[in-house]
Write a protein that binds this ligand. Structure first.
Ligand code: KIV
Length: 267
């Protein structure tokens, strides 16, 4: 991948031009290089690393130190892609904690954006982070850090009340200054409506192909977790001879709008 570094302005321009954004999770330097070479625009150092690297049952045990370490590994190698780092469980429960976490993830980890899970209740936190130079990616729908409140890894926004709540939250997060929104496990029609209604890029995971871009967990899409990958994901390595080919296929299919397909669109 060559050219200027990807910023939130680049992604906003891609959305306006109708160019889909390819995003994947990434936790180390070797994969950061491979993802960039394949044309991935956004590398997300997700707290999914707790489950896929550490073997934890949920993302809750992930600590800020773990996120800073992996973010730094990725940032050292990513020359062009936008590096987004997840704020781990409860690290943004107060505005002061959020500012301290952003200082570590961006200052020490080298991230260019931080991601947090939740709705309108985070508006003031986002405003504060923005005011001091920390761009924010919001995350709605299935919130893995709230798994004990949600009662399981279930689709969200399937009824009218749930869809209205997610829509209102999305608008509030954009109004507060979020630069991007990840929508996880919501019905495709809701995700498409939100992608059309919002000015910021909407990146879907398990949310149909009407979003402005897609994200998957790297280990899921490379078939590294047999029997554990969600049904909305696809094993891009199954029919390819190398990791590089699998990544290139993912990017090509996201750009063409052929991933996710009907089989991977569950609601
Ligand atoms: O942690 C993560 O990998 C994520 C993606 C599922 C979007 O937040």
């Amino acid at each position: 991948m060559t050219g200027e570094r990807i910023t939130s302005a680049t992604l906003a321009a891609m959305k306006r031009r109708g160019q889909r954004i390819a995003c994947l999770t990434c936790y180390d330097a070797a994969f950061a290089r491979l993802l960039e070479a394949a044309g991935v625009e956004v590398v997300l150092v997700g707290d999914s690393l707790g489950m896929v690297l550490q073997g934890q049952p949920t993302t809750l045990p992930v600590k800020l130190e773990h996120m800073v370490y992996h973010t730094a590994c990725v940032s050292r190698a990513a020359e062009r892609a936008l590096v987004v780092a997840d704020m781990p469980f409860l690290s943004y429960a107060t505005e002061a904690r959020a500012v301290a976490a952003a200082e570590r993830l961006m200052g020490d980890g080298g991230a260019a954006m931080v991601k947090l899970e939740g709705g309108a209740e985070l508006a003031d936190t986002i405003r504060r982070l923005n005011r001091f130079g920390a761009p924010v990616c919001a995350h709605l729908g299935l919130l893995p850090q709230s798994i004990h409140r949600l009662g399981g890894y279930r689709y969200q926004g399937k009824d009218d009340a749930g869809a209205a709540r997610i829509s209102a939250d999305a608008q509030a997060l954009q109004d507060a200054g979020a630069s991007m929104l990840v929508l996880e496990c919501v019905p495709a029609a809701l995700a498409q409506a939100l992608a059309r209604a919002l000015a910021i890029p909407v990146i879907g995971i398990g949310a149909g192909n009407g979003c402005d871009g897609q994200v998957l967990v790297l280990h899921d899409m490379l078939g590294l977790l047999p029997g554990r990958s969600p049904r909305f994901s696809r094993d891009f390595a199954a029919s390819k001879g190398s990791v590089a080919e699998a990544l290139a296929d993912y990017v090509a299919q996201v750009k063409a709008g052929s991933f996710p397909g009907a089989d991977e669109t569950l609601f």
